[in-house]
Design a protein around this ligand. Structure first.
Ligand code: ZN
Length: 446
């Protein structure tokens, strides 16, 4: 034992008491029990003596050294004494104070940096949305779904990501970010709760789930409700963009089910594995509908769970096999034309307003495979409707149908083709003549 005492009083009796309290014999044991030091003046309890000595005497254990400056560490109880030289787990008090000060300064600097970066981030956002009439079809469709979730507050107040749960079964932050990137939504960092934004390696990061958004004002200063209402009257004929949004939505619908199943079997997955599963499902959706992929997910997750019980497997290893199993199963099902059963939509997983908009506008649901979705989008536009393998008459007929419907001339076109055929005009010419009579939407747009 190697104890140094620093008396903070001139009282000789207290100094003697302190010497006796901390005196140690050759075997490293305290020479006297605390209660043997009693009574001391009017003190009759051990705890009172201990308290008195703490007030008037600082004790340093020379066997414990500060890891930063090697000074002896201050102790305040007998139990803290070390019998042999050892590095202390904590720094000495002066070093701790200096460290605390440095940490405070670093935190204050970090807060200033964060405020500066947030300010720059807010200023970099566009002041107003791009023209609402020039919005791409996917943004317009998403906007209608968001309006349905927040009705009637979308145009009047900020909203949190957590208020938009009803938009889609999963991936709501990604859908909102899609609208932000399109300039329709503005992030409102000043309205978000503390901790939403932070710096990671000096870069500004926001927690997607706690972000706050508001609708970007219209450039013309027009009333937002009227602009949103006008989106209902769109033709919605940009097939590639609509298809891309539909795939994103359907992947989210699959992943909501996947997360429930994975939690049921306590599978823990890394973000990279989740991203891989999303990619596999996205490709799978070109041939299978969401309801079929639910049954595939159910099978694959259950198989991985039974694997976890094998001797050479554990939960983490078994969960890591899920992406590979999923990919192999979908590939095999396609190659061998296996029947993939459809699951019914789980009760606790509603389609969300985005799903409802797809159903209302295009008749698509969890039972629609990608080929059907593409057909539903592409049949609205001559640009996307024609298939390269189609014979010329087929392409003409398809174009005639689309153009007749958009010009509200369906009956007149059929009559004209019928009359032309009756008078002996070949089919191809009859179709071409009827097509010529109708206004060309591409020419009108140009
Ligand atoms: Zn120190």
């Amino acid at each position: 034992m190697n104890i140094t005492l620093h008396m903070l009083t001139d009282d000789p009796e207290i100094a003697v008491l302190a010497e006796r309290y901390w005196a140690i014999d050759a075997d490293g044991r305290f020479q006297e029990r605390v209660r043997d030091l009693l009574p001391f003046r009017d003190l009759r309890q051990s705890s009172q003596v201990t308290q008195l000595l703490r007030e008037h005497c600082r004790v340093f254990d020379e066997n414990q050294r500060c890891p930063r400056c090697q000074a002896a560490i201050e102790i305040n109880s007998r139990s803290a004494v070390r019998s042999s030289l050892a590095g202390a787990h904590r720094p000495c008090d002066p070093c701790a104070a200096r460290l605390g000060e440095a940490m405070l300064q670093a935190r204050a600097q970090e807060e200033r940096d964060l405020a500066e970066q947030l300010q720059a981030y807010m200023q970099a956002q566009p002041v107003s949305a791009p023209s609402y009439s020039a919005l791409a079809d996917d943004s317009a469709l998403l906007l209608l779904a968001l309006d349905a979730v927040l009705a009637p507050r979308l145009c009047t107040a900020e909203f949190r990501t957590t208020e938009c749960h009803g938009l889609a079964p999963a991936h709501v932050p990604q859908f909102l970010d899609r609208l932000r990137l399109a300039g329709v939504l503005r992030e409102e960092p000043s309205k978000a709760s503390e901790g939403t934004y932070y710096l990671k390696n000096g870069n500004l990061v926001g927690r997607p789930a706690s972000k706050v958004y508001a609708l970007a004002p219209a450039p013309s200063g027009e009333a937002l409700p009227a602009l949103i209402k006008a989106q209902h009257g769109r033709l919605f004929d940009d097939a590639p963009r609509l298809y891309d949004l539909w795939l994103d939505y359907s992947v989210a619908d699959c992943m909501a089910y996947f997360e429930v199943q994975a939690a049921l079997y306590a599978h823990e997955l890394f973000e990279e594995e989740r991203a891989e599963i999303c990619s596999i499902l996205r490709v799978g959706l070109e041939h299978y509908c969401v309801a079929q992929l639910w049954s595939v997910i159910w099978r694959v997750v259950r198989d991985a769970a039974s694997l976890a019980r094998h001797t050479y497997y554990n939960r983490a290893k078994a969960a890591a096999t899920i992406p590979g199993k999923l990919r192999r199963y979908i590939e095999r099902a396609r190659r061998e034309a296996l029947e993939v059963r459809c699951w019914r939509r789980p009760e606790q997983q509603p389609a969300g307003t985005l799903g409802m908009v797809f159903e209302d506008l295009f008749g698509l649901s969890e039972n629609s495979a990608g080929s059907l979705a593409w057909a539903a989008f592409s049949h609205r536009s001559e640009t996307w409707a024609c298939l390269p393998s189609e014979p010329e008459t087929g392409a003409l007929a398809r174009r005639l149908m689309i153009r007749s419907l958009s010009a509200d001339q369906a009956l007149a076109s059929i009559k004209q083709v019928g009359e032309a055929l009756a008078s002996g005009v070949p089919l191809e010419h009859a179709l071409a003549q009827a097509l010529e009579r109708l206004p060309d939407p591409a020419a009108l747009a140009g």
